[in-house]
Structures are given as C-alpha cells and as structure tokens.
Design a protein around this ligand. Sequence first.
Ligand code: ATP
Ligand code: MG
Length: 416
Amino acid sequence: MHDILPAEISTWHRLERVVGEVLAQYGFREIRVPLLERTEVFKRAIGQATDVVEKEMYSFDDRNGDSLSLRPEGTAGVVRAALQNGLLYGAPERLWYRGPMFRHERPQKGRTRQFHQVGAEVFGAEGPDVDAELLAMGERIWARLGLDNVRLELNSLGNAAERAAYREALVAYMDRHRDALDEDSRQRLERNPLRILDSKLPEVQALLTEAPALMDFLGDESRAHFDGLREHLARLGIEYTVNPRLVRGLDYYCHAVFEWVTDDLGAQGTVCAGGRYDGLVELQGGKPWPATGFAMGLERLVALMELAGPPADESLHGYLVLAGDAAKNEGMALAERLRSAVPGLNLVCNAGQGSFKAQFRRADRSGAALALVLGEDEVRDRNVSVKFLREDGEQITLGWDETPAWLAAWLARRND
Ligand code: ATP
Ligand code: MG
C-alpha cells in the first residue's frame, strides 16, 4: 500500500479533475459507497471461482460476527446501493464512483494492494449505443490528459448459452493438451475455464492460438450487437483492434468487453477495463436490468501522465525571493496582489530564513520558471527583478504596477 506524496499530488488532482469534468459532460452522476460491505455482496457479484474472491479479498469478522470485506472493486457496492435506494427506476441511470480498492495481490510495478479506481456504470440500457458512448468517453479522457499511447482492444462474449457452448469446446480442446498446462491453468480449467484465455504464460498463449474462438460461437443476435457497436465506433472515428482472447473472468459479463492498454508501463499495461454485465443486477436481487461500465486504474494513469511531463498550465510559475527585512515585510503583500491580479498564476513566496543563494536553490528545486527578486533596492524603487530559471532571457526589472500585466502576458504566451 503506497503513500501518495506531495510531489505527485498535482498529477492526481489533474487526473481527478479531468475525469470528473468529462463524466459530467456525459451526464454521469457521482455516487459514494462505503469501503466495507458484507463479504456476501462481493462473493455473489464477483463470483466464487475468481482470483479476487478466492485469494485477494481482505475479509474479517466484525464484533457481531458478520463477515465484512474491504471492497476489491466498485461495481458490486454500486449495484447494491442502487438497488437499496431505488435508483434504477429512473433508468437509464448513469453513475460513477471513485476511491481506493483493496486486493491482497503480489505487489509489483503497477500492482499494489491498495489502489484507486474511477468507474462508470450505465444501468437500464441495452446498447450497443451506450457501449459506444462509454468508449467515446474513455477516449475523450485520454485525449484531455494528453495520453496518446493508449490503445483500445475489443471483444464480444455473446450471451450465456453461447458462452456455455464455447466453454465446452474450450475445455475439450484444453483437455487434449492437459500436459502442456501449468497447475494454475488446470485449476482454471476445472473452475472457470474462460480465465485460461487470460493466462500470461507463453506456453499457454501458444496453445490458445489454435484453440476454438469465442467469436465463432456467437448467434445472430449477439453478432448484431457487436456489429452495431462497431458501426457506432466507425462513425465516431474511434480506432480499436478486436482481441479474440480478451475476456472478463466473471460469468455475468456478456457482449462487448474491452480494455485500454499501453506499452509504456511494462507488464501491467491495462489502464482501464470494462464491458457489459447484463446478468449482475438480477443476481444481486434486482430486476434483470441491463448494465455496462468500466473501471480505470488511477495509479497507472498517473504513471503515464508523469511520463508525459507536466502540462504548462499547472507547474509552478514564480518563486518570490526576498532579501532583507524590508523585502520580507513587503513580499507577502506583493505576492497576494499578484495572485489576485493574475488568474491562474502559481506563485510561491519564500518563507522563513535563508541567504540569497539558499533561496535561489529553493527556487530552482521548486520547479518554478521564474524567480521574482525583491531586495532592498527593489523595495525602495517599488519594482521587482525577474530572472528566467528555465528559458533563455535577460533579467528584467518591472515596476510593481506593471508586473501583473507582464505576468499575464507571459502566462498566455506559455499556455499557447
Ligand atoms: P489484472 O488482470 O491485471 O489483474 P483485473 O482484471 O484484476 O486486472 P480490473 O478488476 O478489471 O483488473 O480493474 C480495472 C483496472 O484497475 C485495471 O485495468 C488496472 O488498471 C487497475 N487495477 C486492478 N488491480 C490493480 C492493482 N492491484 N494495482 C493497481 N491497479 C490495479
Ligand atoms: Mg487482478
């Protein structure tokens, strides 16, 4: 479980802000559900024969002897809350959530035991139009974040009967190659055969190239759903590849499933995953509402954003260096006037002691583009010296009155 340190917090804020804004553009409403639910809620929703429920949940008995679990994902709790509060009668209902999730996994790069997700769910719409809308929304989020190395993979899981027929064919095929399977895959074969498609082992992947393909088991209706989705995506200009091995481990997933993947993060390259889960609401005790959604992993998105570098408009712009007592007295008031007069200006005013040299070192470390210097001469003449810390440029001196306009123009040029 990781601390999120001040050095990365502005990236988190930007991510959360952009995601919130884009979800609002599509009419999604935020819902906040507890971190703890009865273990039963997750067992029923996620399924017994899954890694999450079998091995990864943080479960414990509370003082009444009720088994509770820290949420390993968001959908189960959102469905529980939506049913309990009658939210689905206004369907289609578009909901989103965010926050920490907990899974007892083997920690590695891109995989932690507490991680954060934002998820979006649409209840009461059969698609494929809303599925396409979800994909457009995801694409818009990546574009707004300046992430261009994220690609969309898509597959169709058909309906329950088609998956059952496929499962039989897959099991028959894999049974013939049992010797080539590792222990984990053999167990999956017994308990949840479609999960084998998820295997990352090269020898299993090699077997899978010859295995029956789920796509070949789809009937007319399922095909029409998938073709409909593809037509919407073509009209919207959304690029994707069909990955016939893309599955979700859970039984209630059907029709469209998808992932956004990047090559920039090593082995854990999936930044967002989702699909249609028409069977879940009924499983949780509601009417058979159709549903579709996705969840994105914020740590992985933050890592991608950091690789892309900070956007010009959110880094620190100025560091006010103060030399001498008179400057210390005037400096804070000057900084306040500048923050009021220049919208969007990010300015740090030196606090505490420190020689001229020490303050310049702090200015440099702060990442600020400009050092604004206020010394005894400047206070006497009511002006400020501006030094460029990152770009070329001669030091200049500005009167206090003209400083706001100069800074505003400088900012506008920079954000162009
Ligand atoms: P994987 O096959 O990699 O374990 P998953 O199917 O368990 O993925 P989902 O439950 O679909 O993942 O979660 C959606 C997203 O949440 C993932 O694509 C990923 O970005 C993120 N995520 C899931 N588990 C973790 C984790 N332990 N640490 C960091 N991010 C995670
Ligand atoms: Mg997992």
